[in-house]
Write a protein of this length. Structure first.
Length: 111
């Protein structure tokens, strides 16, 4: 738990969220500012500033499991998984998380 981290507060329940799934190491919540009809965030329970700090293979595997479980649960066929690392790449919350976006067409390359 890191002081003043919004996602640590969501994990602890101090800040409310719409949780759709929980695994051993992650929670999956609805993004507060959705960029697609489905916009979820896979958030690790443990605080890591960003993906470069996630070196534990059990946690890495749990993130993939959370993505696949929620895709199955919500019957998502086509979806995009995004991780922004660093301000220049668009990271605004410095607690590692993975966006799952679905429900509209997505162009490539992303902006
Ligand atoms: P990023 O810019 O990749 O760091 O993504 C951070 C995401 O967290 C954004 O899509 C925000 O809309 C989302 N977000 C920030 N605060 C909350 C919150 N309290 N509940 C749900 N999503 C949030």
């Amino acid at each position: 738990m890191q002081k003043d981290c919004v996602f640590c507060k969501i994990v602890s329940g101090e800040i409310p969220s719409e949780k759709v799934l929980e695994t051993e190491h992650c929670i999956v919540i609805k993004d507060i500012n959705p960029q697609a009809p489905v916009h979820l965030l896979v958030i690790t329970k443990e605080h890591f500033d960003d993906i470069t700090q996630v070196r534990d293979r059990e946690i890495a595997a749990d993130i993939i499991d959370a993505i696949n479980e929620v895709a199955e649960k919500l019957n998502l066929r086509d979806f995009r998984v995004v991780n922004n690392r660093g301000r220049g790449a668009g990271q605004s919350v410095f607690h590692v998380h993975f966006h799952i976006l679905a429900g509209r067409p997505f162009s490539w390359p992303p902006g």
